[in-house]
Design a protein around this ligand. Structure first.
Ligand code: GDP
Length: 195
């Protein structure tokens, strides 16, 4: 956990050329808007200001990079699933995300936050496909698990694990009860460390 207190905002990027130098290791978080990504980032890092920075008007559709110790970074990827954004912006977003996820060398792992009540969305599948083709590890956080009964939650977890197969690990997560926070933090730290 040592790195998170040192975390600080680096840059918001709207074009690949604005990304920080592609060296060291970074873990990126992605999730449909309202999936619980900011709450997950807060709970995992203990740093409310990171997600708040990403939610600042003007930054919500950008890739937000945060520096940690030792050349490591966290990246908050823009939420997807805005029904109301113009088609041109959706295209730009698609290109930006595919360029990041498919070619970023320092991307050590991707955390996909998805609402446990909904199961995998098409976009989660697309993300899984992108990282799987590059052998980048992915971890599915089934968020808001507190909204499900214990049996519903474990059934959802099994279904998602079955569907994602070898492409990702998956866990239940709740920022409210903090169930799964330690497990998620351990995944992020191990991935940043290359373990
Ligand atoms: P983001 O848009 O993906 O960053 O989502 P937020 O973290 O802002 O969360 C969206 C909404 O879901 C907010 O109203 C949160 O309070 C709620 N939420 C987030 N995580 C949880 C959770 O673990 N349990 C419950 N019950 N609600 C949550």
């Amino acid at each position: 956990m040592a790195q998170f207190p040192a975390a600080h905002f680096l840059i918001s990027a709207w074009q690949p050329r604005q990304f920080p130098a592609d060296e060291g290791r970074e873990v990126a978080f992605v999730g449909r808007s309202n999936a619980g990504k900011s709450s997950a980032l807060n709970a995992i890092t203990g740093r409310r200001d990171l997600a708040r920075t990403s939610k600042t008007p003007g930054r919500t559709q950008l890739l937000n990079f945060f520096a940690l110790d030792g050349g490591q970074r966290l990246v908050d990827l823009p939420g997807y699933g805005y029904a109301k954004v113009p088609a041109e912006m959706q295209r730009h977003w698609q290109q930006l995300m595919s360029s990041y996820v498919e070619s970023r060398e320092s991307l050590a792992g991707l955390v996909i936050v998805t609402d446990a009540r909904r199961g995998l969305t098409d976009f989660d599948r697309q993300m899984l496909g992108w990282v799987h083709s590059r052998s980048v590890p992915a971890h599915l956080l089934l968020s808001k698990a507190d909204k499900l009964s214990r049996s519903e939650a474990s059934r959802t977890l099994k279904e998602v694990q079955g569907e994602s197969g070898g492409a990702a690990t998956a866990q239940l997560f709740s920022a409210v009860t903090r169930d799964g926070v330690e497990q998620a933090r351990a995944w992020v730290l191990a991935t940043l460390a290359g373990r």
